[in-house]
Design a protein around this ligand. Structure first.
Ligand code: UGA
Length: 305
């Protein structure tokens, strides 16, 4: 098959492009190399793959000749209040609306990467897809807006969109602003680490290879209109996660505690029964195994510098 991957030079997108190519598919890689974090890291992620530098919010999009689009590009990061909001509107809502139009025009499936952030302070744990949606950060609000756009394009323009709600993805190449990336960097290079809040907030951390498997399964075999949580099996608090990494690294981390981040969610825990039943997917990587892979990758990368 010939698939487009948007956000192909990002953390999850670059792993997805690798996974698709390893399975024998052709990948049309798209990314606009925003400067939300150092674009040199995106060059590193792309590792020589040709990436079309397109800004989805205003480039002409023609998906003719493709069998599907994996739409992972977006403005990430739940800390999204203030002057940065227009970036979230442009890179999530405007970009996705244009991807959905272009995919509907040629009748191909879109797998859209949404977020656990759409649940906000969830009404139930584990959280099923049917829970009330009440995002607490502008980021999650724009992701939820994209989900609604996908549905509206489905109803009136025949768009075949599958929505995946990823839960805090981690592993090699994780975005440098994210929790594990920062903890691993501080452990490897020395230096202190600030926890936003008291560290009791917890997440259904999801290993990136498991996310790639769910994403490809969604393109290949999800029924039309499918919407799924993609979450790891184990929930851990930030304090527990740091303890695991300290053990793997054989070092202790100099931790300080700062104010809770605005829009931060106290807890996520994915109910993955729907994706298990309909796509036969389940997370295969334990937090310990995943963190070991993340740590080994970070150490090898530092050693190679
Ligand atoms: C992550 C991603 O950043 C979002 O893009 C994604 O949409 C979301 O997962 C998701 O599940 O959909 P988050 O769960 O907040 O958001 O992940 P991290 O950025 O890794 O933060 C995890 C926790 O660590 C948060 O409570 C955060 O406040 C905390 N944190 C983060 C710190 O205490 N210190 C830091 O330096 C960074």
């Amino acid at each position: 098959m010939r698939y487009a991957v948007t956000g192909a030079a990002g953390f999850v997108g670059s792993h997805l492009a690798d996974g698709l190519e390893a399975a024998g598919h052709e990948v049309v890689a798209i990314d606009c190399f925003t400067d939300y974090y150092d674009p040199a890291l995106k060059d590193e992620n792309a590792r020589g793959r040709e990436v079309h530098r397109l800004d989805l919010a205003d480039a002409e999009l023609d998906f003719a000749g493709l069998d599907g689009v994996f739409h992972l590009a977006g403005q990430p990061g739940v800390r999204s209040f203030g002057d940065v909001f227009p970036l979230y509107v442009r890179r999530n809502l405007v970009a996705s609306q244009r991807v959905f139009e272009a995919a509907a025009a040629v009748g191909i499936r879109v797998v859209f990467a949404s977020s656990s952030s759409v649940y906000g302070d969830a009404e139930a744990y584990p959280t099923p897809e049917t829970s009330e949606l009440r995002p607490l950060a502008p980021y999650g609000i724009t992701k939820l807006g994209c989900e609604h756009l996908a549905r509206a394009y489905g109803r009136d323009f025949g768009l075949d969109a599958i929505v995946l709600r990823y839960f805090t993805v981690y592993g090699p190449r994780q975005r440098p602003d994210m929790f594990f990336a920062r903890v691993v960097k501080a452990l490897a290079e020395g230096g202190s680490f600030e926890i936003y809040g008291d560290g009791t907030q917890s997440r259904s951390f999801t290993y990136v290879a498991d996310v790639v498997a769910a994403t490809i399964a969604a393109m290949e075999r999800a029924p039309a209109g499918g919407l799924y949580n993609v979450g790891g099996g184990e929930e851990a608090s930030m304090r527990e996660a740091i303890a695991t990494l300290e053990r793997l690294a054989g070092r202790s981390l100099d931790v300080s505690y700062g104010p809770r981040a605005a829009g931060d969610i106290p807890r996520t825990r994915a109910d993955t029964s729907r994706i298990r039943a309909e796509l036969g997917w389940e997370p295969l990587t334990s937090l310990e195994e995943g963190l070991r892979a993340h740590w080994d990758w970070a150490r090898a990368r530092l050693a190679a510098r």
